[in-house]
Design a protein around this ligand. Structure first.
Ligand SMILES: [Zn+2]
Ligand SMILES: [Zn+2]
Length: 130
């Protein structure tokens, strides 16, 4: 299948890039300004392309049936860990030194090499803990 930058795809990438800290459900995406007139099926199709390209990751908080998508195409995102709040779906980007420290700790403790690009830590953000 030929890949080309459709208008919908551009709008979707723009939405993700401008909200790199956020996770979106398909419903959120459809309701976002700038996504006017983009059908839900077009959103699903583009999301699955972006997932294949490693630009978007699918997130399912534990104990939830909801599915969120978050942007991983931003610079450095393959070099650090991500944390996701199971309650609100917000994504946090751990900084690179903290990621390296954690990964080297795990490696020295258990001889286990963590794949930082595809690891997602689940938890609860400060807002949702209140
Ligand atoms: Zn990141
Ligand atoms: Zn939260």
């Amino acid at each position: 299948m030929q890949k080309y930058e459709t208008k919908q795809r551009k709008a979707l990438i723009k939405l993700f890039a401008e909200n790199a800290h956020k996770s979106f459900s398909v419903k959120d995406i459809a309701a976002a300004p700038g996504m006017n007139g983009v059908s839900v099926s077009a959103i699903y199709r583009n999301l699955s392309d972006l997932q294949d390209e490693g630009k978007v990751q699918r997130v399912t908080p534990s104990g939830s049936k909801k599915v969120y998508y978050r942007y991983t195409g931003a610079k450095n995102c393959e070099r650090h860990l991500h944390m996701s709040c199971s309650k609100c779906g917000k994504t946090f980007h751990m900084d690179v030194p903290a990621t390296d420290l954690l990964i080297s700790e795990v490696l020295s403790e258990s001889d286990f090499k963590v794949d930082s690009a595809s690891t997602l830590l689940l938890g609860t953000c400060s807002k949702c803990r209140k």
